[in-house]
Design a protein around this ligand. Structure first.
Ligand SMILES: Cc1ncc(COP(=O)(O)O)c(C=O)c1O
Length: 406
């Protein structure tokens, strides 16, 4: 077999080469990134970008944070993999940090958000079988996003993602988000849990109202069922508190985490209160779950967030970013609504020009994301300062004006 030609940054042939190699699942943004440091990344040609998307809300400490780099380096030089069949210290340390700093009592590690959702679904079903008369149905929100494996996809309330993959696991009901009456009406004797994102991220950043999330908690208490909160995007300080549930004064029975949990290394986790932790030996498992390198990175990430009080930075810089965006809305007249939870922001445009805005931002050195033709999403590292905000908003303003004039 002939050796594959090395990919040459100089020839810039990434798009053509990958079109022959990969399954066509991604529409790539036309830039090949090579290096990152803090809030900035550089492409293969050396162009610099301010990263206000953070690898889909993952890079909570920015790129290559020294605490994460050191933890990963030390761990790969010590022990990389053992499986969960042995005791290891990074898993325990991360578990201790998670439990001491949340309202939950127990943790199960996986490798991604979808797997964390699968774990939560299985856990709720097991609990329902043994503690709630065999109830198994889970109510989720329309337009929610919980992942792309079959179970997490079934929980995801977006039929357009379902169509080609039917039949999906049964037992899910979908209700409009932020509509307490609809939630109440959907609960039956077969319901075991309500599963919600405190802030719907992939849908375009829609925070739950306090009334809704508190009402959901009350509903669960009234019916003796479980509240599962998906904090995969909203957790790890992004909301301005370590967990978004704290901003609502509501405690979940089960919480799913992934994304920023290990500062860029792959990991996921499902946490539960003792009362909901119904798994027994053999019920669930994962060869790579709780990977030592990811857990070491998780310890470094969580410690840094807590010790440097990054949620406080999120509240302070997030408020400035919100003000600057409101001023931009007034100046351009192009923005219909700004939805915000800390450093997770959805900018709703009047016109369907989000793609154009993204392209113009890229040309001017800013990475942002779009969740629809009218919605720009920002999820920068939690470490940004006002200078980064000023630079980003200036580029965003230029890009919005250019895209609406195109
Ligand atoms: C709220 C939420 N849940 C679950 C997931 C799925 O996570 P992953 O892509 O790691 O499987 C995502 C990913 O965007 C998410 O935002």
């Amino acid at each position: 077999m002939a050796a594959a030609a090395p990919i040459s940054p100089a020839t810039g042939d990434f798009a053509e080469r990958e079109s022959q190699l990969y399954m066509r699942t991604f529409i790539r943004i036309p830039v090949a990134l090579a290096r990152g440091e803090g809030v900035r990344v550089w492409d293969v040609a050396g162009n610099e970008y301010l990263d206000f998307f953070g690898g889909i809300a993952v890079n909570v400490l920015g790129h290559c944070h020294p605490a994460v780099v050191n933890a990963v380096t030390e761990q790969v030089q010590t022990l990389i993999h053992t499986t969960c069949l042995y005791y290891t210290s990074p898993q325990l340390e991360l578990g201790q940090l998670l439990i001491e700093n949340s309202c939950l009592d127990r943790v199960f590690y996986v490798n991604s958000g979808a797997e964390a959702a699968e774990t939560a679904i299985k856990l709720a079903r097991k609990w329902g079988k043994h503690h709630h008369n065999g109830a198994y149905r889970i109510i989720t929100a329309e337009n929610s996003f919980h992942g792309r494996t079959l179970g997490s996809l079934a929980a995801t309330g977006q039929p357009h993602y379902h169509h080609d993959f039917a039949p999906l696991p049964a037992g899910f009901s979908y209700v409009p988000y932020n509509d307490l009456d609809a939630l109440q009406a959907a609960v039956t004797d077969e319901t075991v849990a309500i599963m919600l994102e405190p802030v719907m991220g992939e849908a375009g950043v829609y925070p739950a109202t306090a009334e809704y999330l508190q009402g959901a908690r009350q509903l669960c208490d009234d019916h003796g069922i479980l509240l599962i909160l998906d904090e995969i995007q909203s957790g790890m300080g992004r909301s301005g508190r370590l967990w978004a549930y704290e901003t609502y004064g509501v405690e979940p029975d089960i919480m799913t985490l992934a994304k920023g949990l290990a500062g860029g290394m792959p990991i996921g986790a499902c946490l539960a209160k003792d009362s909901a932790a119904a798994f027994e030996p053999g019920d669930h498992g994962s060869t790579f779950g709780g990977h030592l390198v990811s857990c070491a990175a998780g310890v470094a990430t969580l410690r840094t967030i807590i010790e440097e009080d990054l949620p406080a930075n999120v509240r302070q810089v997030g408020a400035v970013l919100g003000e600057r965006l409101a001023a931009l809305a007034a100046e351009t007249g192009a923005i219909q609504e700004i939805r915000q939870s800390g450093l997770l922001i959805g900018i709703e445009l009047h016109e369907p020009v989000a793609g154009g805005v993204l392209t113009h931002c890229l040309e001017h050195g800013l990475l942002v994301n779009k969740t629809s033709d009218t919605t720009i999403r920002l999820a920068p590292p939690l470490t940004i300062n006002e200078e980064h905000v000023d630079q980003a908003v200036a580029i965003l303003g230029t890009a919005i004006k250019a895209a609406t004039a195109d």
